[in-house]
Ligand binder design. Structure first.
Ligand code: DU
Ligand code: SF4
Length: 234
């Protein structure tokens, strides 16, 4: 995982995103003089042995693009980490910078696009280019992963594509994203030697657009996280 992260943080494959992540960093660095302003691709964060993986969308321009840690430093992260703390996956309810002492237990947070996109909207070619990083991360996380939670439709599609490539029997046509959607996957061509299954859960994204409007409430995300914990416990 460390080797993957080392490779990732030097990636410059998407010209538009490289320009944006660096432009935001250059404009904002002075306001955050006392910390390192990241402005690079953002690795996944959390328990390397996690049974549950959360797949969001992309770093936020003023959140993870600043802190270098997925979801840390913006309103999306405030909502997510509070929920992870309530449900026993995080040691603290808030996360403001990369050295704030946050640790996750039994869960990892990551995204299908690792550089902050303008307007939080990655282009299709950017999603395609970045896909191997998520695929590799899931592969390294290994057979211990029992549950993957997709935050929003883009994360859902990227996650199903990555799992399909890794030999999980993702149905065709692909199941549609919905909040509360639950799809249990086995190994393609049978259940495999160990009968492994992996469950994909859909949850509205933790963006302000959803949380400020009440489309996604704390009760709703806690229910998804509790479902994930129950499934992970088998
Ligand atoms: O110290 P380390 O095990 O290399 O972990 C690096 C980084 O990952 C640390 O900031 C905490 C986080 N982390 C975690 O959240 N949960 C774990 O179980 C292990 C590490
Ligand atoms: Fe590289 Fe992904 Fe960033 Fe594109 S979005 S530059 S593929 S890390």
């Amino acid at each position: 995982m460390a080797a993957l992260d080392d490779h990732l943080v030097d990636c410059r494959a998407c010209p538009r995103l490289v320009a944006w992540r660096e432009e935001v960093a250059a404009a904002r660095r002075a306001a955050f003089r006392d910390e390192r302003y990241w402005g690079r691709p953002v690795p996944g964060f959390g328990d390397p042995q996690a049974a549950v993986v959360v797949v969001g969308l992309a770093p936020a321009a003023h959140g993870a693009n600043r802190t270098g840690r997925m979801f840390t430093g913006d309103r999306s992260g405030d909502f997510l980490f509070a929920a992870l703390h309530r449900t026993g996956f995080a040691n603290q309810p808030t996360s403001v910078s990369a050295d704030d002492g946050l640790a996750l237990q039994g869960i990892r947070v990551t995204a299908p696009v690792r550089c902050a996109p303008p307007a939080n909207k990655p282009a299709p070619d950017e999603l395609r280019r970045c896909a191997p990083y998520l695929a590799r991360e899931l592969e390294l996380a290994g057979s211990g992963v029992r549950v993957a939670i997709a935050l929003g439709a883009i994360g859902w599609r990227a996650l199903l594509t990555a799992l399909d490539e890794q030999g999980w029997d993702v149905p065709r046509p692909r199941p549609r994203f919905a909040h509360g959607a639950e799809v249990t996957l086995g190994r393609a061509g049978g259940t495999g030697e160990d009968g492994a299954v992996l469950t994909v859960l859909g949850c509205f994204h933790v963006s302000q657009q959803n949380t400020f409007t009440g489309r996604l409430t704390p009760v709703m995300i806690d229910a998804v996280l509790e479902r994930a914990r129950a499934l992970a416990a088998g």
